[in-house]
Design a protein around this ligand. Structure first.
Ligand code: FES
Ligand code: FES
Length: 158
């Protein structure tokens, strides 16, 4: 059913008039031009499309627009300000990617984890990231980058 759905997007008010069953991924990418959120499998299996909704990492490819009505949606474009976010900086510093396609979903999943658990154990990081796939095999560096962003390891948290 077409209707106008209002929510907070990266800290600002947003309203989209569309079929309320339209998946959030396409609302973000096609309707709102936020192409940082990636389309991988389209079936909730890879994590490339992960965004944060009310503090939870969710798969936007299987999240209908109606499910975010009145909620806070954070995408990769909403991280950082004049400077990159600490997670983004750690990914860059530790080269926690190769092609980079999985990276926005990885960073948003890590962001949701660190918002809930400031200093996660390695096991907690691996568990939180387990369903985010990286076909380039960057997982070990991704885990180290999240540890670094959390202030575990050689650099402190910001
Ligand atoms: S594109 Fe959404 S989980 Fe793969
Ligand atoms: S860096 Fe290529 S898929 Fe992860």
């Amino acid at each position: 059913m077409e209707r106008t759905v209002s929510f907070r997007l990266n800290g600002k008010a947003a309203s989209v008039t569309a079929d309320d069953e339209r998946m959030l991924l396409w609302v973000l990418r096609s309707d709102l031009g936020l192409t940082g959120t990636k389309f991988g499998c389209g079936e909730g299996m890879c994590g490339a499309c992960t965004v944060v909704v009310d503090g939870q990492a969710v798969r936007s490819c299987v999240t209908p627009l109606k499910d975010v009505a009145g909620k806070r949606v954070l995408t990769i474009e909403g991280l950082g300000g004049e400077r990159l976010h600490a997670i983004q900086e750690a990914f860059l510093e530790l080269h926690a990617f190769q092609c980079g396609y999985c990276t926005p979903g990885m960073i948003m999943t890590a962001h949701a984890l660190l918002e809930k658990t400031k200093r996660p154990t390695r096991e907690q990081i691996i568990a939180a990231m387990d369903d985010n796939l990286c076909r380039c095999g960057a997982h070990p560096r991704i885990v180290r980058a999240i540890e670094q962003a959390a202030g575990i390891g050689k650099a402190g948290a910001r």
